[in-house]
Design a binder for this molecule. Structure first.
Ligand code: ZN
Length: 275
């Protein structure tokens, strides 16, 4: 599959300086197979129209990022999160994406187990609505450096525990991001587990640069850092996952570049990874 880009997808935030329309146009012309929309990409637009534009350009709509942020310290806060997630599910259904990525949330000072329970309860409450709208709620485990304030779900095992506690409902899934999970000694086994239960629904790729200037906005292109992306991709394939490999890179460095040149670098890095 040396030059086959049909299983490559790109997150719109990867090319943040481009408008929604520019992302669709450039990815389509480059032969990229799929696109994942960040919700800001819908600002001032109708998700249904954006979805139609992407499909007409030959792109498969892979996912929407992102919902989640379930934990709260008050009943009103928990309810606000549910309401906001219903909106995110609506946008996902309207654009025509099969899944919504969840950054699950955490509250500084609140016990992680309590946050995890709130996350599980929140997802459970949303599942009937997600099923009605044909949207998979994809838990994305975040690196433990975010456990305090962005996600109490930090490993594939914790994500699978939640999925399995909810009977691996057809509308629940896991989005695995190599940036967040590559360090985990249980990763291969947990990918196999998630695949066996039918819970693996998304795969995000990038790299971890050393040294890194910023742990959020200095992600690298695949091959530029220390992550064994190729090996993880093999595990993903072996698990039965047949979805897109989604390039999701937050990078002040790359955002400051000419985005056309940067897209060429993304394609080259992907080809090198898959040849
Ligand atoms: Zn991700």
């Amino acid at each position: 599959m040396t030059n086959d880009l049909s299983k490559l997808a790109i997150h719109t935030i990867t090319n943040k300086p481009w408008s929604t329309e520019e992302c669709i146009d450039h990815y389509s012309r480059a032969g990229v197979g799929g696109i994942t929309f960040w919700r800001y990409s819908f600002e001032g637009r109708s998700p249904a129209t954006v979805g139609r534009q992407a499909r007409e350009a030959g792109l498969e709509i892979v996912s929407v990022a992102r919902g989640g942020f379930f934990p709260a310290t008050t009943a009103a806060g928990l309810q606000r999160a549910i309401d906001e997630n219903r909106k995110a599910i609506d946008e996902t259904a309207e654009v025509g994406a099969p899944s919504l990525v969840l950054v699950c949330g955490a509250i500084p000072g609140q016990a992680l187990r309590e946050s995890r329970q709130q996350i599980q309860d929140g997802i459970a409450e949303l599942l009937p609505y997600a099923a009605e709208r044909k949207v998979i709620l994809a838990i994305e485990p975040l690196h433990p450096m975010y456990a305090n304030d962005r996600s109490a779900v930090n490993t594939m095992a914790q994500a699978s525990d939640i999925c399995e506690a909810l009977n691996s409902h057809p509308n629940i899934g896991i989005a695995l991001d190599v940036y967040h999970t590559w360090w985990d000694s249980e990763l291969e086994r947990e990918i196999t587990r998630a695949g066996a239960f039918g819970n693996l629904s998304g795969y995000h790729i990038c790299d971890w640069k050393t040294p890194t200037s910023d742990l959020l906005n200095d992600r690298g292109l695949m091959g530029e850092g220390c992550i064994n992306v190729r090996e993880i991709s093999d595990w993903i394939d072996d698990s039965g996952f047949r979805g897109h490999h989604e390039v999701e890179i937050f990078s002040n460095h790359y955002w400051s570049m000419d985005q056309g040149d940067y897209l060429k670098s993304i394609l080259a890095a992907y080809r090198k990874l898959t040849h």
